[in-house]
Design a protein around this ligand. Structure first.
Ligand SMILES: Cc1cc2nc3c(=O)[nH]c(=O)nc-3n(C[C@H](O)[C@H](O)[C@H](O)COP(=O)(O)OP(=O)(O)OC[C@H]3O[C@@H](n4cnc5c(N)ncnc54)[C@H](O)[C@@H]3O)c2cc1C
Ligand code: SF4
Length: 519
């Protein structure tokens, strides 16, 4: 594998990206490899293969957002850059919000930039559960390294931590729990805590400013506002993809799009790729696309301190604890735009106003579980490509999350919080003491009690060696096909333990290098 240099930030990262206004009629193109979706999976494949000399077309349904377009307004950002305005949620025994982006760069544009490697034992677990022995931690090392070097991944610098992240560290230290600054792909981070609404400082190396421009420099053609509907096929061979160019203002599908290719790589994310396969005549012969959807269900507390925290300062998620990772729990500092945080304060009217006055002294901390005991599915709704997502939050995971919630309260109190808001429906809204914590520990939490969210989703087109129970092999190739690949979060078969983005990119890099040798 050739050595890789750091991406070059540019004032005009989206030059040469094709936008809807450029389209004068139906789009017909032909290439070696067509990649669908420009998130962490697709962007890496496009750049690696373009640099290897292949003719690449990258198709993305979302728009390219420039730094001046980002507004620190949660509602506006969600409507513009998140599917279904950020209101997408699961059905089943819990209502769990889950967010997927629609933007050039996919989830990397709105995420917190945590870039953590999955430990080696994750790959051992996958091997025993899914028969993926060929994929060892060591075999992925070079790809992790390659992505980290290109994106400038480094631990969050002390100067941009801010009080919110430091308070979490203090709590962990007091309890003897290990914790560390999060490694992030944000080499220019200024600690403005705006990752969710888009980095106005361009400090975050999201895909739209890193991998996608590099792919273009290497010759890739990138079309935005193009929604792929199906994979074209004859027999076991994919022939390309077809879809529509969608007017971003009217949302109307205006032009037909057909791209013929020697190889098709689907990277539309774990909610869209299975639906594309379900609608295509290839890649889902065993009916597994969309099954085995997994999440890292998580919850958060709000710790209120006696002194000023100014929580809007400091890297969005700058500190974490991997202390109980092997037991399926991860702890992190969190930040979201104020209107979202405000929903965590209890009360109404004057009481709510009083609570809001604590805002500047508060800090949210979150915990998520590995979701080993929970599973769901994705199927396309009758019209369009939006998914119907079902999910059952398993009893063991609920218990684990309860343990995580208690830990968060413990960390908060140890950090010096005078109040902790656990966010449990039907439970006392404010905890203040060790006695309150003991009471919480004895509480039997139901799946619907905590405010949960699942921003890490995976497994819906999982890899495995059993052609009856998985969708792709360890190289990302769809079973029973010659030239159809998947490179996105869907291939991750069960929990990557840590946040998934870096592993998605490392796997995509591996798939790209395998493909380069095969085609
Ligand atoms: C708020 C938030 C914070 C997060 N923070 C972190 C973090 O700090 N660290 C971390 O590791 N993970 C984080 N995640 C998760 C991470 O962002 C995702 O796991 C990751 O983006 C998934 O990458 P992907 O390539 O599989 O899919 P996506 O990022 O979802 O990209 C898929 C792309 O395909 C496009 N697409 C979909 N359907 C079509 C179609 N039919 N035609 C054309 N294009 C299509 C989409 O518009 C999208 O751009 C976070 C997620 C959220 C929502
Ligand atoms: S914390 Fe602010 S400066 Fe840092 S990456 Fe996020 S948005 Fe950019």
């Amino acid at each position: 594998m050739k050595k890789v240099s750091r991406y070059e930030p540019s004032d005009h990262p989206h030059e040469s990206v094709k936008v809807f206004a450029d389209y004068q009629g139906d789009i017909v193109d032909r290439c070696d490899v067509v990649v669908v979706g420009s998130g962490p999976g697709g962007a890496v494949v496009a750049k690696e293969l373009a640099e290897a000399g292949f003719d690449i077309v990258l198709l993305e349904e979302g728009l390219a957002w420039d730094a001046p377009d980002f507004v620190p307004d949660a509602g506006a950002a969600m409507v513009r850059m998140l599917r279904e305005g950020g209101m997408r949620a699961t059905r089943g025994n819990v209502f769990m919000p889950t967010m997927q982006a629609i933007a050039l760069g996919g989830g990397s544009v709105v995420n917190s930039a945590i870039c953590a490697r999955s430990p080696a034992w994750v790959f051992d677990r996958w091997a025993s559960l899914h028969g993926t022995e060929l994929l060892t931690g060591a075999s992925l090392d070079g790809h992790y390294q390659r992505v980290e070097s290109f994106l400038g991944v480094e631990p969050t610098l002390e100067k941009v931590l801010g009080e919110r992240n430091l308070a979490f560290k203090r709590g962990c230290d007091a309890l003897g729990m290990s914790s560390a600054p999060c490694p992030r792909n944000a080499p220019g981070c200024k600690g403005s805590a705006e990752c969710f609404t888009g980095c106005r400082n361009r400090g975050k190396a999201s895909m739209d400013v890193s991998y996608v421009p590099a792919a273009i420099r290497a010759g890739a053609r990138v079309y935005t506002s193009v929604r792929v509907d199906t994979v074209m096929a004859s027999g076991r061979r994919a022939r390309g993809v077809q879809g529509k160019a969608v007017d971003p203002r009217s949302k109307k599908a205006v032009y037909d799009v057909r791209v013929q290719a020697r190889v098709v790589v689907l990277s539309a994310g774990c909610m869209a790729t299975p639906v594309i396969l379900q609608r295509s005549e290839i890649g889902n012969e065993n009916g597994q696309a969309g099954r085995h959807l997994r999440f890292h269900p998580g919850t958060a507390v709000l710790a209120v301190f006696p002194d000023l925290i100014r929580p809007w300062e400091g890297a969005t998620q700058g500190y974490h604890s991997l202390h109980e990772l092997e037991d399926g729990l991860k702890y992190e500092v969190l930040w979201s735009p104020p209107p979202i945080i405000a929903t965590r304060f209890p009360g109404m009217g004057v009481q709510f106003k009083d609570q809001l006055a604590r805002f500047e002294r508060s800090a949210p901390f979150d915990a998520y579980v590995d979701g080993a005991d929970s599973e769901g599915s994705v199927t396309g709704r009758p019209f369009g490509l939006e998914p119907d997502i079902r999910f059952t939050f398993g009893a063991k995971d609920v218990k684990k999350l309860h343990r995580g919630l208690c830990r968060l309260v413990e960390i908060s109190l140890a950090a010096g919080a005078v109040e902790v808001l656990p966010g449990l429906f039907g439970y006392k809204p404010v905890l203040r003491s060790q006695a309150d914590l003991d009471e919480l520990r004895a509480y039997r939490m139901k799946p619907t009690d905590p405010v949960i969210a699942g921003t890490h989703a995976f497994g819906s087109t999982r890899m495995g060696n059993n052609v009856k129970t998985s969708v792709v092999d360890v190289d990302g190739r769809c079973h029973q096909t010659d030239n159809l690949y998947i490179a996105d979060s869907g291939v991750i078969p069960s929990s990557p333990a840590v946040n998934p983005m870096l592993t998605i990119m490392a796997l995509a890099s591996r798939t790209a290098h395998i493909l380069a040798a095969r085609i």
